[in-house]
Design a protein around this ligand. Structure first.
Ligand code: ADP
Ligand code: MG
Length: 394
């Protein structure tokens, strides 16, 4: 019997399209002799669809036409029910379209990479690849992530943060904070997006205000960071779980301006349209051995202290002026699942997918061995005669 893998992608995220590309690459890499793949595409408004047509990225040029060839589906938030149900009930016969054994979320950004979708999978109890809700949420929020890394002694750039309401109610205080603690130039980011959306540089107070107002459109939490002006960006992928992991060769993405933009990342500067492989990078990155080793160590440590799982990519900033290395961010569901970094490290894409499956099953086995409830019904003990006595018992 083959294992059936449901691959989830798309989603309510600014990185919806990137996820479609990543998932199509991943589905093509899953060895067909061992696994059956069920694509589950989540539309931008949160509806789930399945169908073979979802396995060809070219069909996404016309999503209306594509969805006409697909079946709308859902899963029930019931522990142990791995069935995928037809949304529009049939007159006769079963409404079960398929039954999955395992899930691989290939969702980038909000509602996918941030733990929200992982919570759905946890509720169902299906084994799944990648970070759990806690690690995903911690990794997604640029503020929380930096706080954790900092407390574990992992170097991050200096930063300040505030909520949109704090900014609106006492803007001068926040500006003073930024100016006294960081000085200009700074980088302003919404805390929980990806793909450089809403990110900008500010060289003075006027620009800071403009940038924060822009970032506020995307998030309630804003982070302002010291800008490393002469930076070299280096990425490293990590694969495994927090007890046992390996790190990949390094890549150096190339930017066309001040910082890596959406266009740099996915379109090869502003010209190409070929998707992620087209983005410009130096690979493997050309660095002295000692720096390579240090970056791999920091990437592994980041993965470990955030309790990550599966495949992540840790992005570093190296200051060209003094060669200081900072962890910039972790992507817990990286673009293209970082397969090219693993290929460069001697692990083919198919093997990467198999390792993700094995890791998912291992975590499920380990979770099943933990006690989640006491096999004792306190109500049967006669301890409670009503609800009055239970005040403050938790
Ligand atoms: N502190 C910083 N100093 C200089 N450049 C930065 C800094 N932080 C981010 N950048 C630039 O902005 C880009 C996007 O920022 P990042 O934090 O990686 O957000 P995203 O999650 O959108 O990828 C980075 O790839 C880098 O080019
Ligand atoms: Mg980034």
């Amino acid at each position: 019997m083959k294992t059936t893998i449901a691959v989830f992608f798309g989603g309510r995220s600014t990185e919806h399209e990137i996820s479609v590309i990543s998932a199509n690459q991943a589905m093509a890499a899953i060895p067909a002799d061992k696994y059956d793949v069920i694509p589950v595409y989540i539309t931008k408004d949160g509806h789930w669809f399945t169908g073979d047509a979802l396995r060809d990225v070219r069909n996404f040029r016309d999503t209306r036409k594509l969805l006409e060839q697909c079946t709308e589906v859902y899963m029930r938030p019931v522990f142990g029910d791995y069935n995928i149900y037809r949304a529009k009930k049939k007159m006769f016969g079963s409404d079960i379209v398929a039954t999955a054994d395992l899930a691989i979320p290939v969702l980038h950004g909000s509602n996918g990479e941030d733990g929200i979708f992982e919570g759905v999978l946890e509720t169902i109890g299906i084994p799944y690849a990648g970070c759990d809700t806690l690690a995903s949420a911690n990794g997604m929020d640029k503020i929380t992530m930096k706080q954790i890394l900092q407390s574990e002694g992992i170097p991050v750039v200096d930063y300040c943060w505030f909520t949109d309401k704090q900014w609106d109610s006492d803007r001068d205080k926040q500006i003073h904070n930024v100016e006294s603690r960081l000085g200009y130039p700074v980088i302003v980011k919404p805390a929980n997006l990806g793909s450089s959306v809403g990110i900008g540089r500010a060289a003075n107070r006027e620009e800071l205000i403009e940038r924060v107002e822009d970032a506020q459109r995307y998030s309630t939490r804003i982070i302002v960071e010291h800008m490393v002006e002469h930076l070299q960006e280096i990425n490293c992928s990590v694969l495994g779980d927090c007890d046992e992991y390996i790190t990949s060769v390094l890549e150096e993405p190339i930017k066309s301006g001040d910082f890596l933009t959406y266009e740099d990342k996915y379109m090869g500067g502003t010209k190409g349209t070929k998707g992620m492989q087209a983005s410009e990078k130096r690979f493997p990155a050309d660095l002295p051995d000692a720096e390579t080793k240090r970056i791999q160590e920091l990437a592994g440590e980041t993965f470990r202290v955030l309790s990550c799982h599966g495949v992540s990519r840790v992005d570093m900033i190296v200051d060209r002026d003094d060669r200081a290395i900072y962890v910039n961010e972790i992507n817990t569901i990286p673009g293209s699942l970082s397969f090219y970094l693993w290929e460069g490290s001697g692990i083919p894409f198919a093997e990467l997918m198999e390792r993700l499956v094995r890791l998912a099953l291992k975590r499920k086995r380990e979770a099943s061995a933990k006690t989640v409830s006491y096999d004792q019904n306190i109500f049967s003990l006669g301890a409670f005669s009503g609800t009055k006595g239970s005040k403050g018992t938790k």
